[in-house]
Ligand binder design. Structure first.
Ligand code: NDP
Length: 287
């Protein structure tokens, strides 16, 4: 039977550590602040934004909420971002995705100052990760590294297979595992012999967006399995990309869905925000 990697417990631990740090920063006169921009009223986005604000409240981060109507133009949105870029009291800027069709996502992501890019989506942030410079890392993969480390999984020298090569999960995940000295293989929809490659993995990260795709045939005995997928089935129950019932007896450790990778994303967003404020403090003390 695999040990469950408890994302709820680990994310709660991270939030408590951040809460303590934010309180200490307050004593030094620093108030950490996140600006959240939501365009339109997409129901899922509204829930995500509400959860992010709740996490800020718990940790003691000030959150500025900027809710813009659906018909906001790209130029108006970029102007709002410029305002937050220039506001020294704002440490992080988050634009909730997806945006309405008439707004170009890339232009918006690129308008956010890399110093405040707490989602880690700006090309500078991605480039910094690629060449090993400091920068913000996309929250979901950063959360997975925390799950592994805090569960005592040693990444160095391990065969790591990441299935999925999206900009927000698969690619940064692969770079982070490489940074931790794993031996990394990236798979995608054109990969041949996917099962065989997955069966080589000591650490298997499944991020393709297909419910219960990864059966026991994809998993080596004793592997650590990370399930990034989130799907809601006909009975309104959540499941991941991994067929949990089949894989759990084969793996040594596995993340459940829900309660695995999911809760880590917001915790890492908060962590990036605190990191941004920490860098600001350092800059001030050096000048
Ligand atoms: P994308 O749809 O952007 O990317 C999916 C990737 O999987 C692509 O690289 C695609 O390959 C690859 N892929 C698709 N089908 C197959 C297949 N049959 N075999 C091999 N590779 C395949 O998804 P995301 O990366 O954004 O998200 C992946 C999953 O993770 C989704 O279920 C999403 O909901 C979830 N998610 C969960 C988060 C959390 O907080 N827990 C956060 C973000 C995402 P190709 O490039 O060739 O098309």
């Amino acid at each position: 039977m695999a040990k469950l990697i408890d994302g709820k417990q680990i994310s709660a631990q991270i939030k408590d550590e951040l809460k303590e740090e934010v309180a200490q920063m307050k004593e030094r006169g620093t108030q950490v602040c996140l600006a959240v921009i939501l365009v339109g009223q997409d129901p899922a986005s509204c829930v995500y934004v509400r959860n992010k604000k709740k996490a800020c409240e718990y940790i003691g981060i000030r959150s500025i909420s900027c809710e813009l109507p659906e018909e906001t133009t790209q130029e108006e949105l970029l102007e709002k971002i410029r305002e937050f870029n220039e506001d020294d009291s704002v440490d992080g800027i988050l634009v909730q995705l997806p945006l309405p069709d008439h707004i170009q996502e890339d232009a918006v992501i690129e308008a956010i100052s890399p110093q405040k890019d707490v989602d880690g989506f700006h090309p500078w942030s991605v480039g910094a990760l690629c060449i090993g410079k400091p920068g913000f890392v996309s929250c979901t993969p950063a959360g997975i590294i925390q799950l592994l480390k805090r569960s005592g999984v040693d990444i160095e020298g391990k065969e790591c297979v990441v299935v999925g090569r999206s900009n927000i999960v698969g690619k940064p995940m692969s770079l982070l595992l490489l940074r931790e000295n794993g031996t990394v293989t990236i798979c995608h929809s054109r990969t041949k012999n996917l099962k065989e490659i997955c069966r080589r993995a000591d650490i298997l990260v499944c991020a393709i967006g297909k419910p219960k795709f990864f059966t026991k045939d994809y998993v080596k005995e004793g592997a650590v399995v990370i399930d990034v997928g989130i799907h809601r089935n006909a009975e309104n129950k959540l499941c991941g990309d991994v067929d949990f019932a089949q894989v759990e007896p084969v793996a040594s450790m596995i993340t459940p869905v829900p309660g695995g990778v999911g809760p880590m994303t917001i915790a890492m967003l908060m962590s990036n925000c605190v990191e941004s404020a920490r860098r600001k403090e350092e800059k001030r003390s050096n000048s």
